[in-house]
Design a protein around this ligand. Structure first.
Ligand SMILES: [Zn+2]
Length: 391
């Protein structure tokens, strides 16, 4: 497919393209945004309410985060995008001086609102917070994101669960295309990139048509939506294969929304995905589980109450530098707030370090040879755990 010229001040360079022998589609790249440079493949921690739960910006930097995601739907409802604009935009408001991406809000409207009605013009929904009625259209979703002022905004889309009936997927995909054009027409902010969303569910022909349509528009990046839900790993692999195969050497970043377990991230990078986001590292941490090489520890188990070792030997995170498994296991049992911060610091450090290891292997040209060792470190993903959870 031919590349589309993009005029906004955002650039993506593929520094190490996939090898000619097609042993992997992984690529090492550099995404330059108004608030800084993001090396890819990269994982974006999710700051639902303009905070990654339990962490402050220093924790995030220490964990190695170079970009975070914030949720348009949540911030529109509370505290309100105009309030955030007046307080200096999201970067100023949350005191984070590195890049931010805001999502379109479409996923939360579909998955979180108490009630919603979607028509061709937009979506009417009832707030999950206070039951008040709201309406988002492609134009107003862009207006909200321009007020929030993130480095990257996303075109309003109509997501559906991967297992939805074909008629439902087709309808939502065609609507997403019309909304993509309207989002582009509405977007004015010059120092903000705009990404478009490819839908199409698990239907190969719809996924292909959506890839061609969205990639044919002058977006700065291409999101792959409607995955990381209830699909099987093979269905996900096939859908990614369809998209990335068609995009070929399209120079824009490819962002698979909602994927977060290390094993899943590795497989998707190998298939040519550059960007990810998920609440998984934080959500898993809040259930007293921490990722370590080869799997995860459940700190609720009694055996950890007497364990003086750190969560992971050699890990540079706050939890591992200063505290024992015994102490953190105790904090979880006592429901102390520090437990959530420490476990989240660790899981994000593990995830972001894992992505750095993947980038190093790609840049060195030996990702295919490194896959076994990386898979061993990642442990197994838990079926269904990737399923989209809005918060
Ligand atoms: Zn650690």
């Amino acid at each position: 497919m031919t590349a589309v010229a993009v005029s906004r001040p955002v650039s993506f360079e593929v520094l190490t393209p996939p090898p000619a022998n097609a042993s992997t589609r992984a690529r090492f790249g550099r995404l330059t945004l108004p608030h800084g440079v993001v090396e890819t493949p990269q994982f974006m921690p999710v700051g639902t309410n303009a905070t990654v739960k339990a962490l402050d910006p220093d924790d995030l930097e220490a964990a190695g985060a170079s970009i975070v995601l914030a949720n348009t739907y949540h911030l529109y409802l509370r505290p309100g995008h105009e309030r955030i604009r007046k307080l200096g935009g999201l970067n100023g408001f949350m005191s984070w001086d590195r890049p931010i991406l805001t999502d379109s809000g479409g996923f939360q409207v579909v998955s979180l609102a108490d009630w919603r009605k979607i028509d061709d013009d937009g979506a009417t929904f009832r707030s999950h917070i206070d039951g008040s009625t709201h309406r988002l259209t492609p134009e107003s979703a862009i207006e909200v994101q321009e007020a929030l002022g993130a480095d990257v905004a996303v075109a309003f889309d109509h997501p559906v669960y991967p297992s939805s009936k074909r008629r439902v997927v087709q309808d939502a995909t065609e609507r997403t295309h019309r909304w993509a054009e309207r989002s582009l027409a509405a977007h004015r902010l010059e120092d903000q990139a705009l990404f478009g969303v490819i839908q199409g569910g698990l239907e190969p022909d719809l996924r292909e048509a959506s890839t061609r349509f969205i990639a044919g528009l002058p977006f700065d990046g291409l999101n792959i939506g409607g995955l990381a839900g209830d699909e099987t790993p093979i269905q996900r692999r096939d859908a990614i294969d369809t998209v990335v195969g068609l995009l070929a050497d399209d120079p824009r970043p490819r962002y698979l929304m909602g994927l977060g377990s290390p094993a899943d991230l590795l497989d998707a990078v190998d298939q040519g995905i550059d960007l990810f986001d998920s609440v998984l590292p934080s959500r898993v941490a809040r259930t007293a589980q921490v990722w370590v090489p080869g799997g995860r520890l459940n700190l609720r188990k009694a055996e950890f109450l007497d364990d003086p070792a750190p969560l992971e030997d050699g890990c540079p995170c706050l939890a591992c530098r200063r505290f024992s498994r015994a102490y953190i296991a105790h904090l979880f049992r006592a429901r102390e707030l520090l437990a959530y911060r420490l476990a989240t610091c660790h899981n994000l450090t593990f995830t972001l370090d894992f992505m750095a290891r993947i980038r190093t292997a790609i840049a060195a040209g030996n990702l295919p040879e490194s896959l076994d060792a990386l898979r061993l470190r990642a442990g197994r993903s838990i079926p269904g755990e990737a399923a989209g959870d809005p918060a």
